[in-house]
Design a protein around this ligand. Sequence first.
Ligand code: IDP
Ligand code: MG
Length: 140
Amino acid sequence: MVVERTFSIIKPDAVERNKIGEITAMLESSGLRIVASKRIKLDQDKAAAFYKVHADKPFFQSLCDFMCSGPIIVQVLEGENAIQKNREIMGATNPDEAAEGTIRKQFAISLEKNSIHGSDSPENAIIEINHFFNEKDIIS
Ligand code: IDP
Ligand code: MG
């Protein structure tokens, strides 16, 4: 099994409700290890660059506004199969469709305010990690 790294954001809706610890505990319980973490606030340019794959979607501006609306926690998670494992513990994008026991099922308040982001592929994990962290700041 390959040890991978993936990128995670605890989104503003969850930070605002003081859910950092509970969400982090679920990530750790799934076998993932947090190897870098910081609390930041996005600006519009950074949010738009991060979500540029969605630039032509009708929800793009609202998503960027939401992601800039308060502090977030950006993290690098490491473990076997980390990218897929993280997507599984996150649950479906729409909390109405998220499985029992997933982070989005438990914490998301809407399709937009769905509490957590996770990379969807090895290529995007590298790109997304590099948006926020230098290699020297990731300690396995
Ligand atoms: P993902 O976060 O599960 O990978 P994506 O399709 O990449 O889902 O969408 C990125 C984020 O954009 C979602 O997590 C959610 O916050 C928001 N989003 C996705 N689809 C919609 C929508 O139809 N309306 C409002 N917000 C959406
Ligand atoms: Mg996505």
